[in-house]
Design a protein around this ligand. Structure first.
Ligand SMILES: O=C(CO)[C@H](O)[C@H](O)COP(=O)(O)O
Ligand SMILES: [Fe+2]
Length: 223
């Protein structure tokens, strides 16, 4: 069954408690939390403090997407803030293998994200060690952008690598995902759908989550 991870980035932060409660009560599986440092990406969002506050009320898995340079500086503090899974960008560190071990040592699931221009082949030497591959389907930094269609090919490549190498990793897709393209990304091999604007800018966010969850899962992707 595929999983839905609403991104709080698109929520109204004046009413963060309402957004958390909406996700708690909905059919969503995870909270997706986008951390941006103004260096790796042009935008600055929030950090450990906000995640700590979210963790107090969130009743679901906290999926932390770090869009920060040298994420190795902050892994333990995000784990302490309440992250269940931490995903770092392959482009943001010189020592990807070491950071993956660091995330696991901190007690979290380890994910690696790839920008749209980064080939799947950079995962060649870590694919067996990771729990999640995050294929960015927009250039990271902002919510509400247009889905990049060439990403479908990358999802298939990542899926093939996972199968051939017998990796435990699942594929998450992030950026411009909504009911208009979710079926295609699931068919390509995605297991987790991140959706920010499609959920929180909708009139009925819980209804959108229900519809995304109700889509047919790819039978090849079990568990
Ligand atoms: O990582 C991200 C941006 O860098 C966000 O998770 C993503 O953009 C979600 O927002 P939307 O669904 O509106 O595209
Ligand atoms: Fe994200």
């Amino acid at each position: 069954m595929h999983l839905i991870a609403p991104s709080l980035l698109a929520a109204d932060f004046r009413r963060l408690d309402q957004a958390i409660s909406l996700v708690n009560k909905s059919e969503a599986d995870w909270f997706h939390l986008d951390v941006m440092d103004g260096m790796f990406v042009p935008n600055i969002s929030f950090g450990q403090f906000i995640i700590q506050q979210v963790a107090k009320d969130a009743k679901k898995y906290l999926d932390v997407h770090l869009m920060i340079e040298q994420p190795e500086r902050y892994i333990e503090s995000f784990a302490e803030a309440g992250a269940d899974g931490i995903t770092v960008h392959a482009e943001a560190t010189k020592h990807l293998h070491r950071v993956i071990q660091q995330i696991k040592a901190a007690g979290c699931k380890a994910g690696v994200a790839l920008n749209p221009h980064t080939p799947v082949s950079v995962l060649e030497n870590v694919i067996e060690d990771i729990d999640l591959v995050l294929i960015m389907t927009v250039n990271p930094g902002f919510g509400g952008q247009k889905f990049i269609y060439q990403s479908l090919q990358k999802i298939r490549q990542a899926y093939d690598m996972i199968v051939v190498r017998n990796s435990p990793a699942i594929i998450e897709v992030d950026g411009g995902i909504g009911l208009q393209n979710a079926r295609k990304v699931l068919e390509a091999g995605a297991r987790v759908l991140v959706a920010g604007s499609a959920v929180f800018k909708a009139e009925d966010p819980a209804g959108v989550i229900r519809d995304l969850k109700g889509l047919e899962s790819n039978p090849l992707i079990s568990v």
